[in-house]
Ligand binder design. Structure first.
Ligand code: G3P
Length: 219
């Protein structure tokens, strides 16, 4: 299981890189816009901080021709860039061309098993099912992860499932339980997932019992 951070905030990225838990970053036009400033400069800094680990950067153009051109420009920014392209039929010819030309592609805004199957047929590196946004419309997003796992394993596709739009720890749990290859997490969800009240209580109890010994030097 690979853990990506779903943020464009460089300070947070650098903080969490220290834990050794982070295998990549996903950004999107919304998270880049939230940081303000020059997005190209920020993207280059994030890619440098990640070293060889994947950084997903999304296209922002609309027409197929413009998306193809922009995708190549984004891919050229750094060797660890993965280009994010929305799962829309307008871009299917672009996606297959990018894959054929060796560009790493993360197909985003995936909401159905059939979308995921078609993109896996094209050989993209990642498909990003948006679990939280499906839950928002009362569709079981975690169930889609389970179906996608079976589909990819059955047809022996190489595409990786990148569980995205993770709203809470339960989604993270389901992504692990249903065998997603990658989960991309907002910082607040990852923070919550690292904590457990019984661990806190256990540490306090051990400390209190140790304190009774009155030993200051150990070992
Ligand atoms: O970055 C892609 C995805 O994780 C966005 O999630 O919360 O905007 O639905 P969200």
């Amino acid at each position: 299981m690979k853990i990506f951070l779903d943020t464009s905030n460089l300070a947070m990225i650098n903080t969490w890189l220290q834990t050794g838990l982070i295998d990549g970053i996903t950004t999107n036009p919304s998270t880049l816009s939230k940081e303000g400033g020059d997005p190209k400069k920020l993207v280059l800094a994030i890619c440098a901080a990640l070293g060889s680990r994947d950084v997903s950067i999304e296209v922002t153009k609309q027409s197929a021709q413009d998306v193809y051109k922009q995708a190549l420009e984004i891919a050229a920014l750094a060797p660890n860039v993965v280009v994010k392209v929305p799962c829309h039929p307008t871009y299917f010819p672009v996606i297959q061309r990018l894959v054929k030309e060796g560009v790493a592609v993360n197909v985003t805004l995936v909401f159905s098993l059939l979308q995921g199957m078609m993109m896996s047929k094209l050989g993209v590196r990642y498909i990003s099912p948006f679990v939280g946004r499906l839950d928002d419309i009362d569709v079981d997003g975690s169930e889609l992860l389970c179906e996608m796992r079976s589909m990819i394993d059955h047809y022996e596709f190489d595409t990786q499932i990148l569980a995205a739009s993770i709203r809470h720890v339960r989604h993270f749990h389901d992504a692990v339980s249903f065998g997603a290859d990658v989960v991309t997490l907002p910082v607040e969800v990852l923070e919550k997932a690292t904590q457990h009240p019984l661990t806190e209580q256990g540490i306090a109890k051990f400390n209190a019992d140790w304190h009774k010994l009155g030993i200051t030097q150990f070992p």
